[in-house]
Design a protein around this ligand. Structure first.
Ligand code: PPS
Length: 284
């Protein structure tokens, strides 16, 4: 694929996106108070969270996550298919999105809908994105991590700049209806993160139910679940060698960045994120 679907200066994937729909999503889509939204910059753990929330809703019973693809359980509001599905879906709805703050449905900002936002070390997001987008026909491909690294720092990757995206959404971190989760914390202590999500959503699970949520949302179980591991994606979207459930670890960037890239990344991070308390970013 050669380019993107550009909307308001943000590059979106070329398949499944339309400017008219992106516009409509922002201005016309109505989010209800009872809806739950899962939001993340791409490659931050969105699908892990979708699986977890679905399992929490079913008290750990895996039947739903094993029989319905994740994009039907929690459609992406900004995609053509997801938008249509959500308009016709009964409420309360689970809604996924990677949209930046300023392009998200405006109705959300005057609603009581709950949003869970996942943040991940952008260095790992970069590496994950490099391996993902290059094996799809959704975005501009590059064979070299060096080039992808440059595109990422300039925001010339799907959904634009990580820095702008993150700054936008972090502005909501004190809001009552906003839960900030970190991929790294989720990895370190998944039980604690699941408990946090349950508290936020007002769901009470007994210890056995929580064990089931832990089990069925684990990397290895999700990797085998064809409703969650992207193996149902059409061949016109993905290329040979595509693996969605790639590593599921923290710090993989250390295996890929050169010393020069480590320094260049730190510099851009400092320039862009200096105003935030360092404790917000719990990664090494
Ligand atoms: S997407 O395509 O933008 O919606 O991708 P997203 O789901 O946000 O992120 C994909 C990365 O999340 C990892 N992943 C997990 N890690 C740990 N545990 C579980 N259960 C899990 N499920 C998905 C997935 O492997 C991608 O990260 P990388 O680093 O590429 O492995």
């Amino acid at each position: 694929m050669t380019d993107y679907c550009w909307f308001e200066g943000i590059p979106f994937p070329v398949l499944g996106f339309q400017k008219e729909i992106l516009k409509e999503v922002r201005h016309k889509f109505v989010i209800g108070d009872e809806d739950t939204i899962i939001l993340a910059y791409p490659k931050s753990g969105t699908n892990w969270l979708i699986e977890t929330v679905c399992l929490i809703q079913k008290k750990g019973n895996p039947e739903w996550v094993q029989s319905v693809p994740f994009w039907e359980r929690s459609p992406w509001v900004e995609t053509e298919i997801g938008y249509q599905a959500l308009i016709n879906k009964e409420r309360p709805r689970l809604i996924s999105s990677h949209l930046p703050f300023h392009l998200f449905p405006r109705s959300f900002f005057s609603s009581k809908a709950k949003m869970i936002y996942v943040l991940r070390n952008p260095r790992d997001v970069l590496v994950s994105g490099y391996f993902f987008w290059n094996k799809t026909n959704l975005a501009k491909n590059t064979e070299s991590l060096r080039t992808y690294f440059e595109w990422f720092l300039k925001g010339k990757v799907p959904y634009g700049s990580w820095f702008e995206h993150t700054r936008g959404w972090l502005s909501m971190r004190e809001s009552e209806n906003f839960l900030l989760l970190c991929y790294e914390d989720f990895k370190k202590d998944p039980r604690r993160s699941i408990e946090k999500i349950c508290d936020f959503l007002g769901k009470k699970l007994d210890p056995e139910e929580l064990d089931m949520v832990l089990k069925y949302s684990s990397f290895h179980v999700m990797k085998e679940n064809k409703m969650s591991n992207f193996s149902l994606l059409n061949e016109d979207v993905v290329n040979e060698g595509f693996v969605f459930m790639r590593k599921g670890t923290t710090g993989d960037w250390k295996n890929h960045f050169t010393e020069e890239q480590v320094e260049a990344f730190d510099k851009v991070f400092q320039e862009n994120m200096a105003g935030f308390p360092p404790g917000l970013f719990p990664w090494e």
